[in-house]
Write a protein that binds this ligand. Structure first.
Ligand SMILES: CC(C)(COP(=O)(O)OP(=O)(O)OC[C@H]1O[C@@H](n2cnc3c(N)ncnc32)[C@H](O)[C@@H]1OP(=O)(O)O)[C@@H](O)C(=O)NCCC(=O)NCCS
Length: 164
């Protein structure tokens, strides 16, 4: 007998109506979770890309991406702890990348200790290109600054802003 197919992951636009479930996941995913007001602010930005992932109609993950000038900043990615390692963050990032121009520059900050997230981003062509010292106020941890640009996808940091 073959195993039943994994439940399909649906990715769609995140809406204000999703925010109660988003905040619930956020609190389980982070030691310093965003407040409801922070999500409302990001959703109100016309140029942002905010996506929700669902399995069988239940919200299981989300991503928030904002554009500042020409650069896209991935501000938040989180998946319900009970549904991790099933490709949900991958599905969200794939859909996000489909929505930005192919030669776009994207950046994000991630805790230096967050090996799982760093591995996920590296799979998508993000590369570490700097550190923000003591960026996280809860424990003073450094942030790794990661970029995904045409150059990082070729293994170079040539076109990363701020690099010598
Ligand atoms: C990081 C996070 C978003 C990943 O979500 P996910 O849906 O489990 O990720 P995926 O299933 O798409 O993982 C894709 C790949 O990323 C890497 N990866 C993801 N989580 C990992 C982990 N905990 N350890 C090691 N590698 C990991 C693996 O290469 C994985 O592929 P594999 O499962 O075939 O080995 C999720 O663990 C999470 O919400 N963490 C807490 C919040 C957070 O840290 N967000 C990022 C802030 S910058």
């Amino acid at each position: 007998m073959t195993a039943p197919p994994a439940a399909a992951i649906q990715v769609r636009r995140l809406t204000y109506a999703d925010l109660p479930q988003v905040v619930a996941i956020e609190r389980r995913a982070f030691t310093s979770p965003w407040s409801l007001a922070m999500f409302v602010l990001e959703l109100s930005k016309a140029s942002g890309i905010c996506l929700a992932a669902e399995i069988e109609g239940e919200l299981v993950g989300y991503t928030i991406c904002s554009r500042y000038d020409t650069v896209w900043h991935i501000m938040n990615v989180a998946v319900d702890p009970e549904t991790r390692r099933r490709g949900i963050a991958t599905a969200l990032l794939e859909r996000l990348l489909e929505r930005v121009a192919p030669d776009s520059q994207l950046t994000l900050e991630v805790r230096k200790s967050n090996d799982g997230a760093i591995a996920l981003y590296e799979r998508f062509g993000f590369r570490a290109a700097g550190v923000r010292r003591r960026y996280y106020q809860d424990n003073g941890e450094d942030a790794l600054i990661m970029w995904r640009t045409p150059a990082t996808q070729r293994g170079s940091l040539d076109d990363v802003p701020g690099m010598p």
